[in-house]
Design a protein around this ligand. Structure first.
Ligand SMILES: Nc1ncnc2c1ncn2[C@@H]1O[C@H](COP(=O)(O)OP(=O)(O)OP(=O)(O)O)[C@@H](O)[C@H]1O
Ligand SMILES: [Mg+2]
Length: 297
């Protein structure tokens, strides 16, 4: 088996006296889409920037495609694509010029026109970058990350500011990257985005990982309980939370069928990633110490 695309061991980063990242561990397999979720200031961008080689770490071990990004290896730059949280490197050139210029930094770039089309910027190809709207500028950032045809792509909030149609288009792009076998590390505040795209997610808060796993698995524990709702014969909505809904659903449907009726508005649901996220990241005092939650690989 090939080694992981990314390995992080006890990574720590302090800005002066502020400990932004406080000892995190995770791995991203080759070909995996991995999501970092967490509230503002959790340490997501700091972590991503350390992996990109944009930021020095305070301590810990980090390997990206087998390299230490802290040594800024040349080869790594040509194999990695990046969408920074605050992009905007180009302002006075056109979209096409920016993408063309960026493509030249890579040994085997993709076709510039194709990438402009993938990012949905055909109509703006000749527009100066500074005239783009916020969402269009973000699309350009995505185009710049893709044009080098990198094998590993860092996307820090890639769809922030996108309208709903553009977000769906970006999701398709990210799925197509996965189909091509690329590795993607993305941060997002959109839980539906993480649930749609990520093979695994880590929920990070105040510089620590609270939980890690497949979006569907993360509810393991207090939040795995199923919620069963239905409307009873008196027209009242009933709701029960149970470990295993099999028995309850059987009893309800058996009783209804015995009278030739139906269970009105019967639903069985599991907590969404958003429920898990809100539960894990909620606390009474913002700076209260976070109890360790066992990470799941
Ligand atoms: N250059 C810097 N100098 C000092 N402190 C910084 C610097 N960059 C980030 N921080 C602090 O480190 C913490 C983590 O910031 P980071 O940007 O990694 O968070 P984030 O998870 O990406 O948040 P967001 O969701 O808002 O993008 C924050 O408290 C932030 O104020
Ligand atoms: Mg950030």
């Amino acid at each position: 088996m090939s080694s992981p695309a990314i390995e992080v061991r006890d990574l720590r980063k302090s800005y002066g006296t502020h400990d932004a990242v406080r000892g995190i561990d995770f791995e991203v397999a080759r070909g995996e889409v991995f999501g970092l979720l967490g509230p503002n200031g959790a340490g997501k961008t700091t972590t991503v920037e350390v992996l990109e080689g944009y930021r020095d770490r305070t301590s810990g071990e980090v390997s990206v495609l087998g390299f230490d990004p802290g040594t800024r290896p040349r080869e790594l730059r040509s194999r990695v694509g990046i969408v920074l949280q605050a992009g905007g490197m180009y302002r006075f050139v056109t979209v096409r010029e920016a993408v063309t210029h960026w493509a030249r930094l890579y040994p085997h770039p993709r076709d510039v026109e194709e990438v402009i089309a993938v990012a949905g910027l055909q109509e703006k190809a000749d527009a100066r970058v500074r005239t783009l709207s916020g969402g269009q500028a973000r699309r350009l950032d995505l185009a710049l990350a893709l044009v080098g045809d990198p094998e590993l792509i860092f996307l820090d909030e890639p769809t922030t500011g996108f309208d709903p149609a553009a977000r769906r288009a970006a999701w398709d792009t990210i799925r197509s990257l996965r189909d091509l076998g690329k590795t993607v590390l993305l941060t997002t505040h959109y839980l539906d985005e993480a649930q749609e795209l990520a093979d695994r997610v880590a929920i990070i808060k105040a510089g620590r990982i609270l939980a890690i796993g497949r979006p569907a698995e993360l509810g393991v524990g207090a939040l795995t309980r199923a919620r069963v709702t239905w409307r009873d014969e008196d027209g009242r909505v009933q709701e029960r939370e149970v470990e295993d809904p099999t028995r309850l659903v059987h009893d309800l449907t058996a009783a209804a069928l015995a009278h030739g009726g139906t269970v009105a508005e019967l639903t069985v649901s599991r907590p969404s990633l958003e429920d898990v996220y809100l539960e894990l990241t909620a606390d009474a005092a913002a700076d209260a110490p976070i109890p360790p939650v066992p990470a799941r690989a």
